[in-house]
Design a protein around this ligand. Sequence first.
Ligand SMILES: [Zn+2]
Length: 343
Amino acid sequence: MTLASKFSRQQPVRVVYFAGSGRSGTTVINNILGQLEGSFASGELRYLWQRGIVENRMCGCGVPFAQCTLWGDVMDRVRQESPDFTPMSIAGGLRSRLAVRRVPRMVARRIAGRSAVSDTPEDKAIVNAYRALSDILDGATIVDSSKLPPYGLLLDGRPELEVRILHVVRDPRATAFSWQRSKPTHDLGNDELMPKLQVWKSSALWALWNVLTLLVWGRSDRYLRVRYEDFVADPEPTMRAIAEHCGFSDASLPFVDPTTVTLAPTHSVAGNPARHSRGEIRIRPDDEWTRAMSRSARWTVTTITAPALLLFGYTRPSRRKGERVRTPSTLETGPAATHTTNS
Ligand SMILES: [Zn+2]
C-alpha cells in the first residue's frame, strides 16, 4: 500500500450520487464526468454484486467484468477486508432492504435522526468497494449513477462516505416512452434486451423516486437538481455547473464543440447500454415520444404524475395535435453510435 493510499483511508471517500428515477438520461452525464481528472464513472454501482460479479456482464472498458484488471484489483481488496461476504447474499440483501414497501420506514427513521436504512454486516463490503476504488485511483471521487433513492440513503448514512447528490429529472412522458422501447443491453454478448415497464408503473415510480429525492436532500447544500431537457438544450454550461457541484471547478470538460464530447471508455459496471459509447458523441434533443407515444399512454402518465409535473416545472401536460412540446425530452448520440443515451 502506498503512503497516499494509507492517507486516503483516513478520509471519507467522496461520492457523487445520481438520485432520481430510471431512464432519466444520466448515462451520458456520468460518462462525461468520468472523463475528468480525479473522477471515476462507476455506472450503477448498486448492481456491482449481481450484474458485475455474479452475472459477469460487460465492463464499460469492453471486457467481461471478471477480466477487467481494475475491477480485479478492487475485488481482491474487498475480499481481503471483508472475507465473509458473498456477492449473492449482498445482492439479495440490497433487493430486500431497498424495496419500495420499506420506503415509509426509511423516511420515518430519517426524520427521527437515525440511518434511513438499517445497518447489516454486509454493508462493510459495500463501503469497502467504494474505498478500494478510490484508493486504487489515488483518491478519486466515485461518480455513481445508481439513482435509486433508498440506495442513496444507505450510502448517505455511512460515515466512511462523503456523498453529494445530483438529481437529474426528465419529463415522465419521455421516461415512460423509454421504458417501453426494446433496446439491447450489450452486456452479455447476446440478444438480451433491457427490461420494460408498463406505463402506469413507470409513472408511479417516477413520481415516487423524484419526490422522495427532493424531500430527503432538496434543502441540502450537497444537492443539485438538473432537468435533463436543460442539459440537452445547453450541454456545456450545464455540465460546467454539474462539475462545479461535484467538486471539479477547474476541470477541463471533454467538449470539442458546444454539443459534442469526446469520450474515452469508462469502467462502468452497469447501466444503460449508452455507457459503452466512446469517441465523439453529439448531444442533441430527440422528441420521438412526442410523435410516437399514444394519446392514451400520454394521458396515463400525465394523470399519475400531475402534481409532480408541476413541482418540477413541466407545466404543459400534453401536446395539442400538430404542435411540438416546448422542451426537448431525450438525447441521442452521434450518427456513429448505436445506442440512445437515456437511462
Ligand atoms: Zn473495466
